[in-house]
Design a protein around this ligand. Structure first.
Ligand SMILES: *[C@@H]1O[C@H](CO)[C@@H](O)[C@H](O)[C@H]1NC(C)=O
Ligand SMILES: *[C@@H]1O[C@H](CO)[C@@H](O)[C@H](O)[C@H]1NC(C)=O
Ligand SMILES: *[C@@H]1O[C@H](CO)[C@@H](O)[C@H](O)[C@H]1NC(C)=O
Ligand SMILES: *[C@@H]1O[C@H](CO)[C@@H](O)[C@H](O)[C@H]1NC(C)=O
Ligand SMILES: *[C@@H]1O[C@H](CO)[C@@H](O)[C@H](O)[C@H]1NC(C)=O
Ligand SMILES: *[C@@H]1O[C@H](CO)[C@@H](O)[C@H](O)[C@H]1NC(C)=O
Ligand SMILES: [Cu+2]
Length: 403
């Protein structure tokens, strides 16, 4: 249900000036205004914006008196859905950012394709930094910053002024294949369904029908439902039979947000472990979101499986990952500023209680700067811990989970 007037929703990130009070959010179990103690060390002034960056935020951030409200995709109006999908397609026409730098150097990342778009650049930096931003202290933190930058790019380059959407996949946990998220095939306001089996599962419905992407090779966007994404030899036998839809039910999200108190490492690890909720959404959706190449892909180009942001639904998926983290942060004061993590991925990826589950030394800390590849705006972990402070100014319409 939509509960906020459009004028409030249209108040884009960093553009809010009116000193209105935040409305009471129905279904909200947590208190927004009590983020608990600030981090122990003062974080000082905001870093200067990088003049070479493509994406710009206002530094220092304005006081977050009125946060923009992120809304579930299916609660957006048709006009808002059309505008968001149009803005993403616009970003795919904005030329490649020429100052993009290959700083991440994850093995297998494809070379930069200069005949591409700013949209493709976002997909590329995820591949370039894949080994630094997964299974490390940068998983939740960097992805929060990454999707905020994508959102800002839609506003900065494509004049998007509507709410930032998220995909509450708990609502689709009963029957993922035939979920309502896939049901809208309208070319203007639909996300489309799964791809056409006769065309290697290329998407032929919705706004992204035949949507061209360039990584890891030039192809059109694919989605191929895969009910058992962990049933292959990479996984130890005990994980191959995990039923993915059980990992992202409302009950599971309540379990996650109500446990792991003060323990950022164990919370993130439970969420990000390869057979967990985050991975299940990638794997079940398959195709580009699952990091899977088509059988007809040229030999030798599929050296990375980290091109999942090719599918714009990535940004709706990760906004919900972000929402679950934000819900956990709001559950207990001990959670709000909790951060711990390494810069190198844990070697024990199949340990269900891996104490190194979010990385090993060299350690990250609350002042660690995000990797940007020269395209994202500069910020440090401390600047994004509070979605309504630092450089951010947003909240979610609800932090509750229900079918
Ligand atoms: C550039 O990319 C577009 C879209 O992928 C493609 O249609 C076009 O042929 C490419 N041009 C060159 C010179 O590669
Ligand atoms: C879900 O959709 C698929 C493909 O359209 C269909 O084959 C299948 O029978 C449906 N399953 C259910 C439970 O409705
Ligand atoms: C998992 O994969 C194996 C090997 O391909 C297959 O024999 C088995 O039937 C699969 N399990 C399920 C539940 O489909
Ligand atoms: C974990 O979550 C469950 C269900 O949400 C709750 O009943 C339980 O008390 C929690 N456990 C701890 C140790 O907080
Ligand atoms: C967090 O939980 C993990 C796994 O249960 C445990 O090994 C670790 O000691 C905990 N860390 C803290 C700081 O309590
Ligand atoms: C925090 O981590 C960064 C690297 O991410 C490092 O350069 C810095 O020295 C660390 N600061 C402290 C206080 O340990
Ligand atoms: Cu990622």
């Amino acid at each position: 249900m939509r509960v906020f007037p459009t004028t409030v929703l249209a108040c884009a990130l960093a553009l809010c000036t009116p000193a209105l009070t935040i409305p009471t959010l129905p279904g909200l179990r947590y208190t927004l205004a009590t983020p608990g103690p600030k981090p122990p060390a003062p974080i000082g002034k905001q870093p200067a914006p990088d003049p070479a960056a493509a994406i710009r935020f206002t530094y220092p951030a304005p006081q977050c008196a009125l946060a923009s409200v992120r809304i579930e995709w299916r609660s957006l109006t048709i006009v808002e859905r059309t505008a968001w999908l149009g803005a993403v397609k616009c970003l795919a026409k904005v030329p490649h950012w020429k100052n993009l730098q290959a700083l991440g150097k994850t093995a297998g990342a494809p070379p930069i394709n200069t005949n591409s778009s700013l949209f493709d650049d976002f997909s590329w930096i995820h591949q370039d930094y894949a080994s630094q931003v997964h299974l490390t202290g940068f998983f939740l933190t960097w992805h929060r910053w990454y999707i905020a930058n994508f959102d800002q790019a839609l506003r900065q380059y494509c004049h998007y002024a509507g709410p930032t959407p998220y995909w509450d996949w708990t609502k689709d946990s009963q029957d993922f294949q035939n979920a309502t998220i896939w049901a809208d095939t309208n070319p203007l306001w639909g996300l489309g369904g799964f791809g056409d089996p006769k065309k290697e599962y290329t998407l032929t419905t919705g706004a992204f029908a035949n949507f061209p992407v360039v990584y890891p090779y030039v192809h059109n966007l694919r989605r191929q439902y895969n009910p058992l994404p962990f049933n292959f030899t990479f996984f130890p036998a005990e994980y191959r039979t995990v039923v993915p839809t059980y990992t992202f039910t409302p009950k599971e999200m309540n379990y996650m947000t109500e446990n792991f108190t003060g323990n950022f490492t164990s919370f993130q690890h439970y969420f990000e472990k390869l057979w967990g909720a985050h991975g299940s959404i990638h794997g079940l959706t398959g195709g580009d979101l699952g990091g899977v190449c088509a059988p007809s892909a040229p030999t030798g180009v599929c050296t990375s499986n980290q091109f999942s942001p090719n599918d714009p639904i990535f940004f709706l998926h990760h906004a919900n990952v972000d929402r679950v983290w934000a819900a956990w942060q709001r559950q207990n004061k001990a959670n709000f500023w909790a951060f711990h993590g390494g810069s190198v991925a844990s070697p024990n990826i199949f340990d269900p209680n891996d104490p190194d589950g979010n990385g090993v030394a060299p350690w990250l800390n609350i002042s660690s700067p995000f990797p940007t590849d020269g395209i994202l705006a500069n910020a440090r972990i401390a600047d994004i811990m509070d979605t309504m402070g630092g450089v951010l100014c947003y909240t979610y319409d609800t932090y509750a989970f229900s079918l």
